[in-house]
Design a protein around this ligand. Sequence first.
Ligand code: MN
Ligand code: MN
Length: 317
Amino acid sequence: MTKELFQPLSGNEMPRFGGPATFMRLPACTLADQLDVAFLGVPFDIGTSNRPGARLAPRQIRDESRMLRPYNMATRAAPFDSLRVADVGDVAINTFNLLKSIDIIEKHFSAVLESGAIPLTMGGDHTIVLPILRAMHRRHGPVGLVHVDAHADINDHMFGEKIAHGTPFRRAVEEGLLDTQRVVQIGLRGTGYAADDFDWSRNQGFRVVQAEECWYQSLAPLMREVVAKVAPGPVYLSLDIDGIDPAYAPGTGTVEIGGLTVPQTLEIIRGCRGLDLVGGDLVEVSPPYDTSGNTALLAANLLFEMLCVLPGVEYRA
Ligand code: MN
Ligand code: MN
């Protein structure tokens, strides 16, 4: 029996500003629907250290995804021609309790993975990647990681707390969730407290690509190095929108100057094609600071680009 494939609702069937706001105007489904890929939101921002608002991002990203059409004109990816993709809604976090929310998120993602779907997640602040990686570990063992961010997110604590949006990858290493020899962090920059803010990552075996190493050039050559480092084996892709320069993505909580361009970010995602990607997220969009909607629009496009490089996507000649 061939599986039923879903297509984003066309602008010729319903105006793009009409109808319910699911990601790319895909059907709203449940995990029982045997999806290949599940878009879902985690409306969580109680792990944020500076400007809040990422709890509002899943809805805003869905709204700004309304213009996305199903075919990738640049890469020729036609993800909806071979993969069964839908929007499975949001994780019902407990916004009054961070630790309980972390457990809720982990259980939810374990269920997504048990259903056989690859999760593509709309955050939420970056705290959410810790419970996601816990769920990933249960299914896949230690995973490789491609992490785009202005920050390393490897603090030991923030204000004394072990779980916050600046600590997830330190916890992930401590818990054995990552294959530390298959981790790359790209776009790191800004002011710090000490060199160890980034060198701790290097000391774990991560490849750290600071933003300055990216300036003025294509990242296609870098991505060949990245693929060689993280493959083979399951790889998770985590994209903090603040990795991109605030000129393009001002709607976020912890802004750093001198970041990646949008074309460079597309090169990073497209460069992940061929990897055994087991999931991805786009985090830290803060709609209250995104007055034009451009940050959420960019986030929506980057999530579509992630979909276009997942295993099983067909490319039309
Ligand atoms: Mn981050
Ligand atoms: Mn960041």
